[in-house]
Unconditional design. Structure first.
Lengths: 327, 332
């Protein structure tokens, strides 16, 4: 029992269930299966993005450019579709993913080859990618009527009662589970974040692992770009502005340590779901949607404080005493 | 977040002379860049070299630069504060609320400063008291502070600031020298002295270079860091007073994205993002450069978002170039 409580994922599951129960007290229809499925579907994109961010954070890096990458890839997908309505949708998705991967690899290369701190690189590319959308589109919007029906319909198509968007996020979760648990790359993410020096001695190229993490987050951002644009049927410069914070928040809530090396697929998914439930519940329990930003901020701070307690390293007693005395 | 790789450090037999070091310093490079931009601007647009135009141009950077001074100290000490723009928003909102309650200018300023200090203290407590990484804490408070501003204001705006309040953003001390520009100069001197001439400044460098060593040499690491976050909150409040007075209104989206520009300014000024090194004169020069670039682009009708591409490129290349340079020199 004690171990079960200490298990992060279990704790999060309890937290999410408690949150849903609390909402159900004030608004019972929230917990109908149909609505919960809707909430999951609405959170699907955040889940996909959080999984990419998790890989990056595991390697002691951070990707602040994911939302900008999403917006740029989404805009390119929408413009392609508007210019050539006949183009098959899978091809457009591939282009969006490839573009996302390229944008991610730029981050990765700067971090790998030039040793620039990841936060600086991605702060820089965040503004550059956003600016590029403006240059590409001239500030114009791509509206629903300019997109082909097939382009808009794909995430909405239902399969066995659930929208394709939900299925897609489930597939990505499964793929990430395999990558993180069963492949050398997944192990390398943990090794690099846990102890970079030790990772070098075990024959892992730290820079290259980080590069792959950025490629992964970029590819997922590109995929999300198409999903976002087709789901909301509009593309403009500012879509998903500020969403990078939600993505990081999902990871932090999910127990992914910002210091690297600690985290899990389940945690990131649950962290995203926690935010998704809050976002969907605010309007139905009569809290102003304007409060969402403040609540996210509060949740991030609480989550990181809880994480820090859990991660506190034992040992180095002398130092800690000195720190306590002077700190 | 990124740990410095273990590189064998080569210690030269003889240090370079004072003159040689001065010529090769980052600040000299910045002066050259600033002069070049000044020249290009004056050729590119006939309107650039006008005292009143140049005076107007200073508003492009003074408020951000005020925050950049405090941010420079925070970054030198190895931390970061991404919540500054949100502190501006919350402070401005609180002042707007105070106006509705009938407060007059002196009270407004006090309320604003107090709000900024409280925000800074909150960041400082979380970072030093609970020992949390400043980057996540301030990403959280960035969302929290601006979020509170949204809770109070929603889609509304506060206006109706007293006429005497607008002097902080629109007043002139003498001829073309605005209050903001004079405050910027005064703060530059204060921060320069504090960082380069006092024990506190030495402590900031010591913490940034090696926190553990600083601790064992008797530096009160936690207290110094707390004061730094307090200072950043205070400077954000001062910037907020100037900005609010200049605009004459408050919306929750005020100063959106400024944290990026402030960090860019600090890094462009030669402050190492990993902590431990940097100077205030460098930050002043970087502020001038960014101000002139934005102003010059503005005169040439370049849209703001294209300028932000340029700022992003500037941020990355400014850090990448010295690394490439060192690598090229190290290879032979």
């Amino acid at each position: 029992m004690k171990r079960l409580l200490k298990n992060r994922e279990m704790l999060l599951v309890v937290a999410v269930i408690a949150l849903v129960a609390l909402i159900a007290l004030r608004f019972p229809p929230f917990v109908t299966p149909g609505n919960l499925a809707n909430v999951y579907n609405d959170t699907s994109i955040l889940i996909i993005l959080a999984l990419g961010q998790m890989a990056v954070i595991l390697t002691r890096c951070i990707d602040l450019s994911m939302a900008a990458n999403l917006a740029l890839s989404g805009m390119v997908a929408a413009m392609l579709n508007a210019a050539m309505p006949g183009l098959p949708i899978p091809l457009i998705i591939l282009v969006a993913m490839a573009l996302g991967a390229v944008l991610g690899s730029i981050n990765g290369l700067l971090v790998w080859k030039l040793d620039i701190p990841p936060i600086v690189v991605t702060l820089g590319t965040l503004t550059i990618y956003r600016g590029l959308i403006f240059l590409l589109s001239g500030g114009a919007w791509i509206n629903a009527h300019q997109m082909s029906n097939a382009f808009k319909a794909l995430p909405r198509t239902t399969l066995l009662g659930f929208p394709l968007l939900s299925w897609l996020s489930l597939v990505i979760i499964a793929l990430m589970l395999v990558v993180m648990r069963r492949t050398p790359l997944g192990r390398a993410f943990f090794a690099v974040g846990g102890n970079p020096h030790a990772a070098v001695y075990t024959g892992i190229d730290v820079g290259r692992t980080r590069f792959f993490a950025y490629c992964l987050s970029g590819t997922l951002a590109g995929l999300s770009g198409y999903l976002w644009v087709s789901r909301y049927a509009v593309a403009y410069v500012d879509i998903a502005a500020g969403f990078e914070l939600d993505i990081i928040a999902a990871c932090v809530i999910g127990g992914v340590s910002i210091a690297g090396g600690i985290g899990s697929v389940g945690g990131a998914v649950l962290g995203a779901l926690f935010l998704g439930v809050i976002k969907n519940a605010l309007p139905v329990v009569n809290i102003s949607p304007f409060a969402q930003m403040a609540i996210s901020g509060m949740v991030i701070i609480i989550a990181v404080a809880v994480n820090a307690r859990a991660e506190k390293r034992k040992g180095r007693v002398i130092l800690r005493k000195a720190e306590a005395a002077h700190g | 977040m990124a740990e410095t790789p273990m590189v064998a450090r080569h210690i030269p037999d003889r240090l370079e002379g004072r003159g040689a070091r001065l010529v090769k310093s980052w600040e000299t490079l910045l002066i050259a860049v600033a002069l070049a931009i000044f020249l290009v601007n004056s050729f590119a647009s006939p309107y650039f070299l006008d005292p009143w135009n140049l005076s107007d141009a200073t508003f492009n950077f003074t408020e951000k630069a005020m925050i950049a001074f405090a941010m420079a100290l925070v970054i030198i000490s190895g931390e970061i504060d991404l919540s500054v723009a949100s502190i501006i928003a919350l402070t401005s909102t609180v002042m707007g609320y105070a106006v509705q309650l009938g407060f007059d200018t002196p009270a407004l300023v006090l309320v604003g400063l107090a709000a900024g200090l409280l925000c800074g203290a909150f960041n400082g407590l979380l970072v030093t008291g609970l020992g949390l990484p400043s980057i996540v804490v301030t990403i959280g408070t960035m969302s929290l502070f601006r979020g509170l501003s949204f809770v109070i204001l929603g889609d509304q705006a506060f206006t109706g600031y007293p006429a005497s309040f607008s002097w902080f953003g629109q007043g002139y001390v003498w001829w073309v020298f605005s209050f903001e520009f004079c405050l910027f100069l005064a703060l530059a001197v204060v921060y320069g002295v504090v960082l380069h001439k006092t024990n506190f400044g030495r402590a900031v460098y010591a913490i940034g270079n090696n926190q553990t060593a600083a601790l064992f040499s008797g530096v009160r690491v936690g207290r110094v860091k707390f004061v730094l976050f307090l200072l950043t909150g205070l400077m954000a409040a001062i910037a907020s007073i100037c900005l609010t007075a200049r605009l004459g209104s408050t919306r929750p989206s005020i100063a959106l994205g400024w944290e990026l520009e402030v960090v860019t300014m600090v890094v462009l000024g030669g402050v190492s993002i990993l902590g431990g090194s940097g100077t205030i004169p460098g930050v002043v020069l970087a502020a001038l450069i960014m101000g002139m670039v934005t102003f010059g682009f503005g005169l040439l009708n370049v849209p703001g978002i294209v300028m932000s591409i340029f700022i992003g490129l500037l941020l990355i290349s400014v850090i990448a170039l010295p690394i490439l340079y060192r690598r090229l020199r190290g290879s032979h």
